[in-house]
Write a protein that binds this ligand. Sequence first.
Ligand SMILES: C[S@@+](CC[C@H](N)C(=O)[O-])C[C@H]1O[C@@H](n2cnc3c(N)ncnc32)[C@H](O)[C@@H]1O
Length: 242
Amino acid sequence: MLPVTLLQCRHLFQLQNSIVDYVASHDFRRATQSGCLRILDVGAGPAVASIGLTDMIDRTQGTSVSETTDGRESVHMTHILNDTSPVCLETGKRMLTAFLHDKEASNTGVLGHRILTLSTAFPGNMCQIRQLASLSGHFDLAILSYVIRPLADDGGLRNLVKTVRTLEPFCKPEGRVLLIQDKFREPLIRQLADMISVQYREQTLTQEIYPPRGSNEKSTYTYFDCLFSPRQAMRNRYELAA
Ligand SMILES: C[S@@+](CC[C@H](N)C(=O)[O-])C[C@H]1O[C@@H](n2cnc3c(N)ncnc32)[C@H](O)[C@@H]1O
């Protein structure tokens, strides 16, 4: 059972929907070949995106993760949760720890984990992020789920673009950056994607509540995401500038 509320579930399923193709890809297989995965979750809130990713990795064990010496296919996960709210950070860490312990105890795809928390506001914490990337390894996935709006409101779109580009070199060549935002922010994610020189996608999901208690418990909604390879984004910009 996933330790999240109905609203958090929505963000969790969006994350899973957005990365499903990546998790099935050759790039992801290569990323996990070392047996370690490193995730940066900016504006993590209660770590819903990190829980969604862990759940997905756990379910795909045997297809995308590497084989350990004892023959099991498992991965060690390092999660870096960043949020300015101490309550969110504490709740996120507690929920993710409980979820990971559960997975490890059931002896499936997650072999071990480490959770680090950063309470300094992004992108003012870029020095810490750089240090973490150089000490414990570059990131396989950098997630900015529903945090683009406050970041753009605080620092402006151009600064946000600069910030996302600064993150790119801290990701592995086969890693990804994922941006997710609700349908009301389509212009924001479109401009952001254009300026980073990557594609963005409109995604549609249907959520159904079980057991059904009434006729209004199935809802279809739209959100926007942008999942890109930092290496490819840098290449795109270089080609555009040439
Ligand atoms: C709408 S919540 C999203 C939570 C989670 N990522 C999700 O998808 O459900 C936005 C979170 O970003 C955090 N936040 C806002 N500005 C931030 C900043 N500059 N640096 C780090 N976190 C920030 C807020 O405290 C809040 O927990």
